[in-house]
Design a protein around this ligand. Sequence first.
Ligand code: ADP
Ligand code: MG
Length: 697
Amino acid sequence: MSTVPELFGSMVFDDKVMRARLSADIYHSLKDTIRQGKKLDLSVANAVADAMCAWAVENGATHFTHWFQPLTGITAEKHDGFISPAPDSHVIMKFSGKELITGEPDASSFPSGGLRATFEARGYTAWDPTSYAFIKEKTLCIPTAFCSYGGEALDKKTPLLRSMEALNREALRVLRLFGNADVKRVVTNVGPEQEYFLVDREMYLKRKDLIYTGRTLFGAKPPKGQELEDHYFGAIKPRVKAYMEELNEELWKLGIYAKTEHNEVAPGQHELAPIFTVSNIAADHNQLTMEVMKKVARKHGLVCLLHEKPFAGVNGSGKHNNWSMSTDTGVNLLSPGDTPYENAQFLLFLVAVIKAVDEYQGLLRLSVASAGNDHRLGANEAPPAVISIFLGDELSAVLDAIETDSPYAGTSVRRIRLGADVLPRFNRDATDRNRTSPFAFTGNKFEFRMVGSNDSISCANIMINAAVAEALRQFADELEGAQGDFDERLHALIKKNITAHKRILFNGNGYDEAWIAEATGKRGLLNLRTTPDALQMVLVPENIEMLERHRVFSEAEIRSRYEITLENYVRTVRIEALTMADMAKKEILPAVLRYAGDLAAGVNEKKKAAPALSCRTDTKLLTKLSALADGIDGAVENLEKSIDGCSDPDVTAEAFYIRDDLLNRMAELRALCDEAETLTAASYWPFPTYGDLLFGV
Ligand code: ADP
Ligand code: MG
């Protein structure tokens, strides 16, 4: 077996390979493109393509594909062979610069939310040279963006790159104000922690709900759930261990820094965390990670469930999106520094994030909205649907001292003077970690915990980057023109913004009912519980204006994404409803009736054999089950009526109908079926139970 360093990145056309295989000239022009976003000329592209093709073929590849993330959520690829005819019926393996730079997938099969109709444009893919090409299943995958010919983004990567650009632009303006002249670029970084469940494949295949929808639509609570909390950091079972080992190796080959792995709170639940990297690469890697997780699971007779809430009553899965900004000179802008100036700069960036999260709560919330995540946000261990920021006691005390001009313990008796005082380092303290906060400051980064486990991290990061860019823009505007002492003006700006946005700061328990009441009452924070509610926020004029100002989205793109997200919501819930009706009619009801029939036959036989025998228990059970069967039958009818009722051509109206009607009918049917499960003999129950699934690996 190879060593980890040998394995790492072995399937990636990375810097090491480029250096070895490209001429110095070509290598440097490509590097310029990567670093400064310069246009790549065709002769360079041709040379890179040749080298890439030769490398890929040596490593077993036969095909290439432009790899991209359309708005469906999964990644898309269309494979083309390297094979080309050569004289004398021979073939050669080749690939041109043009094929490397652009491609034309059949755009009509990807959702565009009306954009193509509007612009009558075909879509094309364009190489993102900042994300390395890699080989997966004998195919050279070229990370690309996907746009219409009119330039409208049809994917998740394009707006992410635009949002990174916006943040870079505004952050540089702020840095210049601090006299920082050598920084050329500010990038955003993400380390997404990925949660998932593993279930046994044989059991999975017996459940239509898991197969069609990725989550269980029925299932009574098992006698043991997560209440003992014995799973988290518990010993990893051998089968899971073997899975994790292979998963790590596969990810390492793809140059993904998979680092930590542990069990999560729920039985059957685990987590994988990579080392953080630049946002667009982190997003690509996270898509790949999800794909590899599913693929490796199959080899181990397992299925990896990435749904946000595969089991009712058990913790859901999310991604903790660890986010920070850093400079090309290696400074983390969310890290308090060693000098008074660095501290003042840190506080300004910190306050920019606070302002951004407060002003654009709606955009952050909608960036993680999906039918699956609606079951998670606000449930069990997940963050609530209300967004707030956790800063921890120390940092809160600093902001408080600045706001009120009062002395801070760290600076003994004087009030804090920005530009003059050094702040303490806010090292994350293990005792002070708040797992319930949706947006937590953890020492030198923010952790946005609302992202769903199945979702791309792009949308969340687009909104965080755009919102922070906007806050920085306003700060730069205000500070750039003004006269007078810079430190004083900075102090005043920070102070003013703490006062204006402190309502979003909350260090307490985010699951607490009293907090939700305070948040939505006195503090006036948003509580957008469902996807249709959250999506309305993107149509708010100030939000559209902000996204347009930073050229992250055009209004047409926003409207198209609004439609696609709601369409996805509608389709997802409809498929769930149809699956429920099907399972209830074809599996659950027959099982209950069969058991009831056998009980009835038993009663008859007993009576025949000896009329004096007691039939109290069987008759009681029979009565209950017969009533439940009638209830289930009625609930299926209601559900089917409700499904027929979803036919509004207006997707917004349809989404709200689903929220208010269809989901309730589904819940009613489920409650009856779950009760029937608790009364039906195990040998009659048609599919594996929660206990089987959660403890079966
Ligand atoms: P925890 O266990 O508290 O959730 P870790 O420190 O182990 O946190 O990190 C979790 C994730 O955060 C990892 O993916 C890690 O690489 C990432 N991370 C650490 N520092 C940063 C940073 N400055 N910017 C972005 N992500 C970071
Ligand atoms: Mg975490």
